[in-house]
Design a protein around this ligand. Sequence first.
Ligand SMILES: NC(=O)c1ccc[n+]([C@@H]2O[C@H](COP(=O)([O-])OP(=O)(O)OC[C@H]3O[C@@H](n4cnc5c(N)ncnc54)[C@H](OP(=O)(O)O)[C@@H]3O)[C@@H](O)[C@H]2O)c1
Length: 268
Amino acid sequence: MAELPSDLHLVYHALQPYPADVPLEDVYAGLDLPTGDGTRPFVYVNMVQTFDGQTVLAGAAWTIGTDVDHHLFRQLRVHADAVLCGAGTLRTDDVIVTTHPPLQERRVRHGQPPNPLGIVVTATCHFPAETFNKKFFRRTDLERLIITTPRAAPADIDRVRAAGVAVELVPATPDGEVDLMAVIRYLAGKRVRRVLCEGGPRFNVAVARAGLIDELFVTTALRLGGDPTAPRLFTAPVTDHPLQLVSEYHYRAPQGVREIYFRFRYPR
Ligand SMILES: NC(=O)c1ccc[n+]([C@@H]2O[C@H](COP(=O)([O-])OP(=O)(O)OC[C@H]3O[C@@H](n4cnc5c(N)ncnc54)[C@H](OP(=O)(O)O)[C@@H]3O)[C@@H](O)[C@H]2O)c1
C-alpha cells in the first residue's frame, strides 16, 4: 500500500476557515451529520469517478481511487447506521461496507456495532450462483441484509437466507421496482438515523428521484478512463439545479494534485 499523505488541502469550506492543511485522519471525521428530519433518516451518497466521469474502471469501482479515497470511503461509513447498495453492484462487483479498526473501536465505544449494517436492495432477489462466493456473502464481521419485494421467487429468498444473509420484504412500486420510501420507513422503524448510499449509478437515480438524497460526496480521481460506455454517477437525469458545494479537499502529491474530494448539499 502506498504511503498516505499526512494532510489534505482544504480549498473551500462553506462553514470553516479555508484554505488550510487538514490532517488526513480529521477529514470527514467530525462531520456531525444530521440524524434525519424526524420522519426519515438522513441520506448521503458517496461515489468515486475518473476525471472523465467513469464510475466503473476495469469492472470495479475500487480501481478508480487512490488509497486516500479508500481511507475516506471507510471514514464516511463510520457515520452511517446502514449502507445501501443496488443489486447490480453486488452482481458485477461486490459489497463490503466495513470501516477502519480504530474507527470500529470508536463506534463500539458509542454503542454502535463495529461496522454499519450492509444492505443490498433488489426487487427480484435473484443472484447467479457465483454471487454467493462474493465477500458480501462470506464476511461475517458485519450484519448483512437484502431488502426485496413480493416479486422475488421464494426459492431465491431461501437461497439468500441459507447463505446466512437476512431478507426483508417491502412493497414494490406499480412498475415493479423496490419502493424506496418503504425501505426508508422500514429503516426508520429500526432506529436507523443515517443511511449512506454507495451506488451504483442506476440505484443512485432511483434514490434521487425518490427525493431522498440530502448530501452527495464525490471523489474525482485525476486520471482518465476513456470508456464512453462506462456509467456516470447517475445514468439518467435527476435534477436541473446546481449542486451546492459544502467542502472541497485536494490530495497534493509532489507531482501535483492527485485527487479531489467534494461534498455537496443535494439540491431540492
Ligand atoms: N464509482 C463508484 O463509486 C461506484 C459505487 C458503486 C458501484 N459502482 C459500480 O457500479 C456498477 C453497478 O452499477 P449498476 O448501475 O449496474 O447497478 P446498481 O445501481 O448497483 O443496481 C441496480 C439494481 O438495483 C436494484 N434496485 C433496487 N431498487 C431499485 C429501484 N428502486 N430502482 C431501480 N433499481 C433498483 C435493481 O436490481 P433488481 O433487478 O434485482 O431489482 C437494479 O437492477 C458496478 O460495476 C460497480 O463497480 C461504482
